[in-house]
Design a protein. Sequence first.
Length: 344
Amino acid sequence: MLRVTATTLADAAPLQSHFQSAGGRDPNTAEVGSILYGFWGAEDVVLTRCEDLVWEVCCHGGDAAVSRIADDLGGVTQPESTATSVDECLQSQLLKCRTLRTAKFLLAQQQGAISEFIARVNGDETFSELRPTLERFLSWQTFAQHLTEPWRVAVVGQPNAGKSSLLNAVVGYERSIVFDQPGTTRDRVEAEVIFDGWPFQFVDTAGVRNEARDEIEAVGVAAARVSILDSEACLLVVDSSHGWTADDAALFAAIPSTHARAIVWNKVDLAADHQPPVGVGPVIQTSAVTRSGLDELLNWLTETIIPDVPAVSEPLPISASMIEAVEHALKTQNLEELRRTISQ
């Protein structure tokens, strides 16, 4: 982090010439307390106007990037090393945000949501009165984690069910080898999609069948099973022209019930007499060729994986040290220790 201290606004002119705000805002006219996300050349940076003539520039490119920015600014910068651990965590997390929607939540934390939470903990409430607030704070752990990490979606199914074609249609370009031969995708292929402001990482896995044809395919199938366990959601892609089989039923049953899971009844553009299964799980009918059902699929993912979205001003558990302190306090009911810990 660099701290920029100028005598006059003219001294801070390099800020205007080198910093490009993602929102088009001028760092020299932004209100005090404003936090701007943008770019310094090829570097992603977060710039905060702390006072009328004081700014902080945070980047994640290492010492070399910091040196380049300092050179651009001339003699009005100095390294800043007094930030608290929570502030440092917020700055680091902001640089990892993939969308403006997720960045807004972290900006709100930096602009007072976390400070208000700490102030409430340090207030006059007893532990019993404060317990619901602490429990609510921890309840947003998964949501807070995925402000900077995409929600992982495993795409599984039997060989040649159309998994790769479906993923290519969702992403908009080809990431998987698509060929009309069962077992083409031997290893997993990952692609990230932003939908409704939320980041998703789709993992296109090897086709799963009872008996792998060779050692390479067997490794891919094993990786597919690991991908299922590592995901928050799992889509079982079924070739509708072949219908629902016992292997499909076994694979769907193998997906942990804790995961969001759905049956993607694929290739509906092909004429077939088969009907999707009833009473097994959610069914979404799709076609990679005509792109029908893709919006329904993405809407289902968003509504199922992220059913509850907090208010932007809600304090969120973004610091591992704060999470640990609150969890410990809920176990020990030691409010004084919690106050000492989070106020450091």
